[in-house]
Design a protein around this ligand. Sequence first.
Ligand code: F6P
Length: 550
Amino acid sequence: MSILTLSPAWRALEAHHEIMRQQSLCNLFAQDTQRFNKFSLQFNNILLDYSKHPINTQTVDLLLSLARQQDLSNAITRMFQGDKVNDTEDRAALHSALRQENSVTVDGFNVMPNIKKVLAKMDQFVTAVQQGKLRGYSGQPFTDVVNIGIGGSNLGPAMVTEALKSYRSHHSLATHFISDIDSTHLSEILQKLNPETTLFIIASKTFTTQETMINARAVQDWFLTHGGTTKDTKNHFIAVSSNPVEAEKFGIHSDNLFEFWDWVGGRYSLWSAIGLPIALAIGMSNFYLLLAGARAMDQHFTTTPLAENLPVMLGLIGIWQINFFGAQSHAILPYDPALRNLPAYLQQLEMESNGKRTDRNGNEVDYMTGAVIWGGQGISSQHSFYQLLHQGTQTISADFLMSCKSHHPANKNHKLLSLAHYFAQTEAMMRGDNGDQKNTQLTTKSSIKQVTESSLKATSPHKIIPGNRPTTSILFKQLDPKTLGALIALYEHKVFVQSVIWNINPFDQWGVELGKKLAGIILTELEESAPVTSHDASTNGLMNYFKLNQ
Ligand code: F6P
């Protein structure tokens, strides 16, 4: 048994779970009319309602005791002050510094002047592009920007650009994202573009990621074979990286290099120059608002008592579900269509951060860590996978996200209907239905017929919806840059809170390295004509099948 699972706070939660697992959510609401007030929090324009979880005040007290036992407040301070909390890589994790105003030191060095310098360079660049002062090689203003990057160098910018598309102006560049090694997608995008008016951003923290490098070279070739010359690449190719040496080797001019630092994790990097496509799409003033929203959430996270702290409570509710109710899966269900890319973004943020099996002391854990994160747009998903949420056999918790106000007054009816479904679904998941249909009628394609007693008996069990499904609702006024910044920071900090409880490092990702290493070896073998014999029978068989059928 680990120190954590033997600890008094954990044991107390286990004992308490024995009682709470017998409670139904409906009963908990019936017993306490103040439940919503007790178990919801507000910060700025964001309302977090976690009352539809099997908790009572004692649960919250016990979860808070666990947080105190794991020294959460101290861990938060250490991360924000630039301590090397990413110990396996001997680095700080200072994404918060990218949106701060006060000085922060790493190894005795104040990182703020460099952050400000890069922000100013971004500002100058974005303004010059948007105002047409910086132009393509033929003198035409830029119309499009293509971001070439993967993982954190793609998911954050792609999610935010889509979420804030209502904030585009006539100066905005159309944004395109190339991440996978999909030559069809690449050529579909390039076909639509004019090399004379297109900017390319090669976004890679390491500047060695194979997928990004192969796409970057393909795009460079396209540029050079469609009218651009090597000299012209200076106007069109930008790099964002913490590896300036590799970026320059690639041919990026030092003026076009936007730097960030090893203490910014890839999945936490959208606040850095990795956010350049965001700024080109919505303008620098809106990018500053995005940072301000995140800064406000940082302030809230670092100064608010644990019990009233949104990221802390969101994290602890997750712990309750994962470690005590056994929820191995957590769905992200945005009802605002602009947040359609949020599940994919949070998938990397949460799963790459907390998908760990070794604690900070090097011991294998004996408790569950990060859940499987998945999801989809709420309304469409209701017509695909919600059936399993309502009647399936798994324990799945879910976050429902929605904004109150639409950006387009003409969409009032769309908005109201989406909100009706948003509220209905969490209520349905909680209440369920006992399948009693004595007075109900079934609808057939052509007519409505009264059902017989016997057919009612046969279908009734199938109509039972057990309910008691745990959901968290996150409702905010409007999806504006500030609110989005705060929302993303809310999830970043939630992930950190959970990592502290589990005593794992959320800032490394050693697990993804093995596949990269093997792919390098396999690539060489695929290029040779001889049959492959060096792997297991399955891998050999698959590779040889490919060789015969390519
Ligand atoms: O393979 C995982 C990963 O290292 C992520 O952590 C990262 O966001 C992504 O690859 C891309 O890395 P880079 O920005 O260095 O190209």
